[in-house]
Design a protein around this ligand. Sequence first.
Ligand code: NAD
Ligand code: TYD
Length: 341
Amino acid sequence: MKNVLVTGGAGFIGSNFINTILKKRDDWKIVNLDSLTYAGNLENLKESEGNSNYNFVKGSITDKELITSLFEKFKFDYVINFAAESHVDRSILGSEVFFTTNVIGTNILLETSKRFGIEKFLQVSTDEVYGSLGPEGYFTETTPIAPNSPYSSSKASADLMVQAFHHTYGLPTLITRCSNNYGPYQFPEKLIPLMILNTVNGKKLPVYGDGLNVRDWIYVVDHNLAVEMVLDKGKIGEVYNIGAEREMKNIDIVKLILEKLNKSEDLIEYVKDRPGHDRRYAIDASKIKTELNWKPKFDFEEAISKTIDWYLENKNWWERIINKEYLKYYDEQYNSHEQVV
Ligand code: NAD
Ligand code: TYD
C-alpha cells in the first residue's frame, strides 16, 4: 500500500488525476489536501467520493501544523504537489497569494517531507518557467529558467527550491513541466473554457493583442498519464517536460471553437494585450518519450470536441461558477477589456 498526499486535488488537473488513479491503483491511499480557493471544487471529485482509498482534507499547504499532523497520521510515501494559484492574469492583478501558496507552500511541503522522510516528491510545474520563445526553437529541460509573469516566477522559484532540497538534503524529488492543458472541469478563466462559455452565452470573445501568441496544447488526461509515469519510472532529481506537439495561435483556437459551435466570428473582440504577454511556448518532450516511453494518446481534434461537448452537457457545473460574486469582480477587472481596433 502507498500512502499518497495529493495537494490541490480539487482543481482542474488534480481532480482528473485523482479520479483516474483511484480506478487504476487499488494499492494507493490518497489524501487530497485542498484549501478550496475559487478554483477548487469538490464537485470535480464526485466520482471518487465514497472510495475507501480516498480522503479529503480542507486546508492549505501553507499551514505548517496541519501538514505536520497529516504526515504524522498518514506516513506518506509519495507527495504530489498540484496545489497552486494557477492563472497568469490573476497574478498580474495581485502577486502576493501566488508567492504565498506557490513558493512558501511548496517550501513547507518540502521541509515536512524532509523531516518525516518520503519515497518520492513530485512537483507539478509548468513550461512557463522557461519564459518566452521566438518563432523558432523549443523548450528542453536544459533551457535556462527565465520566467516573465508573477505566476511563472513563483512556479520557477518553487522548482528551484525543489532542486535545492534534492541537492542539499538528498530529498527524492521529481519535477514535471507541462504545456497548456485543456479538458473537462477547467475553470472558465483560462482561454479554452472561457471562449466556449462566452460563445454559448453569446458574449464577446476577448482576444489579447494580435491573437498570434502561440501555446502548445495537451489534453489533461495525457498530462496526468505522464505525471504517473514520471512518478513510477522517472530518475530521481530530474526534470521532465511534457507536451503533445500541438502548437496553436490563440486566434486559431478561438476560431476553431466558434466553428465547432456554429457561431459567427463577429463575436471575436481584439482587446488590449496582457502586460508582459509571453509570445510562444513550445515543448520538446523527447526526454520523457525516449527515457520513459511516454507519448500522448489523445488526438487534438477529438479531445477538443470532447471538451466542448463536456461544457455543453455540464451547464450545472459552470453556471454555478459563473454566477459567483468573485468571478463577477474578476470579470469587471479583467474581462471588461478595452477594445482595440
Ligand atoms: P487550478 O487552479 O484549477 O487548481 C488549483 C487547486 O489548488 C485548486 O483546487 C485550489 O483550491 C488549490 N489550492 C490553491 N491554493 C492552495 C493552498 N494554499 N493549499 C491547498 N490547495 C490550494 O489549477 P490547475 O490548472 O489544475 O493546475 C494544477 C497544477 O498544474 C498547478 O501547479 C499548475 O501550476 C500546474 N500546471 C497547470 C497547467 C495548466 O494548463 N492548467 C499547465 C502546466 C502546469
Ligand atoms: P491562459 O489560458 O490564461 O493560459 P497561459 O496564460 O497560462 O498560457 O491563456 C492562454 C493564451 O490565451 C494566452 O496567450 C493568453 C490568451 N488569452 C486571450 O487572448 N484571451 C483571454 O480571455 C484569455 C483568458 C487568454
